[in-house]
Design a protein around this ligand. Sequence first.
Ligand code: SAH
Ligand code: SF4
Ligand code: F3S
Length: 436
Amino acid sequence: MNRSPKTYRVKSFGCQMNVYDGERMAELLDAQGLTATDGDDADLVVLNTCHIREKAAEKVYSDIGRLRRDDGSRPLVAVAGCVAQAEGAEIHRRTKDVDIVVGPQAYHRLPELVADAAQGRRVADTDMPADSKFDALPKRARQVRPSAFLTVQEGCDKFCTYCVVPYTRGAEVSRPWAAIVDEAKALVDAGAREITLLGQNVNAWSDGGRGLHDLIEELAKLPALARIRYTTSHPNDMADGLIAAHRDIDKLMPFLHLPVQSGSDRILKAMNRSHTSESYLRILDKVRAARPDIAISGDYIVGFPGETDEDFEATLEIVRRIGHSMAFSFKYSPRPGTPAATMPDQIAPEVMDERLQRLQALIVEQQLAFNRRTVGARTSVLLERPGRHPGQLIGKSPWLQSIVVDEGAVGDLLDVDIVAAGPNSLTGVLTRKQAA
Ligand code: SAH
Ligand code: SF4
Ligand code: F3S
């Protein structure tokens, strides 16, 4: 039997690094002569999965089931990403409908795995090889979107007690300076106007004594690159140099995603976050002194084992003190193999639901307040995609707000006046149009 695929589809379900991996896998398959398709008829489907919460991880199996066609046949199926890493060959035991299991550090071997699978073999590769996958991947050649992702750092050594990432992504590793600069140039040559530097602890990036702010300063020299962002940062790696970069480097956007997770020091300790609510707020003070208009985003977990009403109130309190432009909040999900999963006092689902609702209501209120404060501002928007109505386009402000405009083309960086705001998006009017 030979089922060599001619067309493929990659579906990514995880964080931005997972999306980046999906793009690199697509490029790799392009280089093998396969053709990308968005339809349901792809010969090879890569499900690029996320293991962070139970819901995300379990979804994979229903997605696999849905790949069966009406006539009972199915495409070649590869499970990639963090579920592949966490479950490995166990996936083959759980379902007959998967041909390839490939982890996030091994996907440069996808072509060989596909060749094996085409011969009817079921294969799994979840190695974390010492030689970097990045060296084995083809050069970035695709026409990229105006806003591109670039992974500079992988893995995590922080071992927060609820989190699977240190297990699925391995130890913290920084990519070398030169490789990143080369990739950034290739992305800019391919049309990127904005680059977001990615890492699970991106601000822990270092190479030969140089830190993330040095890298940002270097990339800011690329003339056609207009905007630089980075995500996700850990409070403990928020170096003074990086904070100063927010004051000194115009191309570095005034936006910081800096998760605190909880406002209760007792819970932060149980989470092994190694910062307190006060030390977090002191870092933000420094950041805001360097860049007063900076937008602050974050992540929160409600219902961590042992979280009392009082602990939860402390979370609401820190949110009030921070004043977010946006933030993500999640119900705690026990993950196999993590210390928190076996802690006593797991919180009842209805308690988590109620806390999540209250937290999200507060966050939406803050988002709306932040967005309303920018009404009347003259700022820039980088148009990223068509909007819902004909002629409309959607882009991002420097503060990562979604702005809808009714002129221009994808890839344009335009000056706009913000004229209206809702909790999730704003309306912009081209500045030159007003002047005319
Ligand atoms: N490296 C990033 C986080 C990556 S995971 C950081 O430290 O900021 C993204 C977010 O998912 C986390 O910030 C956390 O809020 C949430 N998360 C991680 N594990 C979780 C779990 N077991 N249950 C619920 N939310 C979780
Ligand atoms: Fe997970 Fe904590 Fe590492 Fe972030 S810092 S990836 S939450 S272990
Ligand atoms: Fe999910 Fe893996 Fe990212 S678990 S959040 S895809 S690092």
